[in-house]
Design a protein around this ligand. Structure first.
Ligand SMILES: C[S@@+](CC[C@H](N)C(=O)[O-])C[C@H]1O[C@@H](n2cnc3c(N)ncnc32)[C@H](O)[C@@H]1O
Length: 300
């Protein structure tokens, strides 16, 4: 960034020149998406959507704007996720506040939300609440809440996490979005009353193999909470506990939807569920990513 620093006062930086320089700089520092990162950060400083940046390539970037931009670029060059730098992330039909207390919600997880919403449209979907187990930023619970409100088909929605810090973020998101979600803290099922049952249980739990975390991109391993990633030696620690109690936590006809890290983990989860008494579980691959969804219904 020294080059930018050196040029701030003497040189004229147009949007185009700054984009090209920053893109090359972020690429050199290992960003897998340097052009997108550049545009998001520059758009933030100039308060312009991406398209407007492209339409104003000859616009001169002012000294204050350059100084602000330099601060953001330095953070990204240290591989801090863009979502943390901006403090927000689009997810499903929402914009969520995010910071280092929570996992950055991933596009793959939108498919899990869609699976929940599809199920709840079925005329045979049972009455009852929706549970988001391991809620993080509140992404799943809040996306479901917003969609159900739009359909005028509201149901109680409960979201839990073991991390008090994550729940602070989730509660803030619920308040900002004015969506009614009830939050509870605790280790998986312990966050809930012993007799609580749900029409839908949705979960994107930690599922990364413990030893794999050290091999992940620095954007993830150095910045995102390991509590949100670490699924133990085989990635299945939390999944075993989820599977063991899932049948008695679902009302008859209810649905469990879980995101996993790979089709192989999906198949392992199906076996765990079958052993627990949910024999008709199936694995669905999420088409736009390496993750898998497992859907399991309790018989009506
Ligand atoms: C992969 S993140 C998912 C966050 C969010 N649902 C999403 O899709 O973006 C997993 C979350 O599980 C939480 N977690 C980890 N272990 C847990 C446990 N034993 N009980 C409850 N929550 C747990 C973490 O704090 C983290 O917020």
């Amino acid at each position: 960034m020294a080059a930018i620093g050196g040029c701030v006062t003497e040189d004229i930086w147009t949007i185009q020149r700054l984009r090209d320089w920053t893109c090359a700089y972020l690429q050199k520092n290992g960003s897998p998406t340097p052009r997108l990162d550049t545009d998001l950060l520059l758009g933030e400083v100039l308060k312009l959507p991406r398209l407007q940046l492209l339409l104003r390539l000859e616009q001169i970037v002012l000294k204050d704007e350059l100084a602000n931009f330099k601060g953001l670029v330095k953070r990204r060059a240290a591989r801090e996720p863009v979502a943390y730098i901006l403090g927000r992330r689009a997810f499903h039909d929402l914009e969520l506040r995010v910071d280092a207390r929570v996992l950055v919600p991933r596009p793959e997880t939108e498919s899990l939300v869609d699976a929940v919403l599809l199920f709840l449209k079925e005329p045979t979907a049972p009455a009852g609440a929706v549970l988001d187990l391991c809620t993080g930023s509140g992404a799943i619970a809040l996306a479901v809440a917003k969609a159900l409100r739009a359909r005028q088909a509201e149901r109680p929605i409960v979201a839990t996490d073991v991390s008090a810090a994550a729940l602070e973020v989730a509660r803030q998101n619920a308040a900002l979005l004015e969506l009614p979600v009830e939050f509870a803290q605790g280790d998986l099922w312990h966050a809930l009353p012993a007799d609580a049952q749900f029409a839908v249980i949705a979960s994107n739990p930690p599922y990364v193999l413990h030893d794999v975390i050290a091999t992940l991109e620095p954007d993830v391993r150095a910045w995102e909470p390991h509590l949100a990633l670490d699924g133990g030696a085989d990635g299945l620690d939390q999944l075993r506990t989820i599977a063991a109690e899932a049948p008695q936590r679902l009302v008859p006809g209810g649905l469990l939807v879980v995101e996993l890290g790979s089709p192989a983990q999906g198949r392992a989860m199906v076996e765990l569920l079958a052993a627990a008494g949910l024999a008709d579980a199936k694995v669905e691959l999420v088409s736009d990513g390496p993750t898998a969804l497992v859907l399991a219904r309790r018989q009506a």
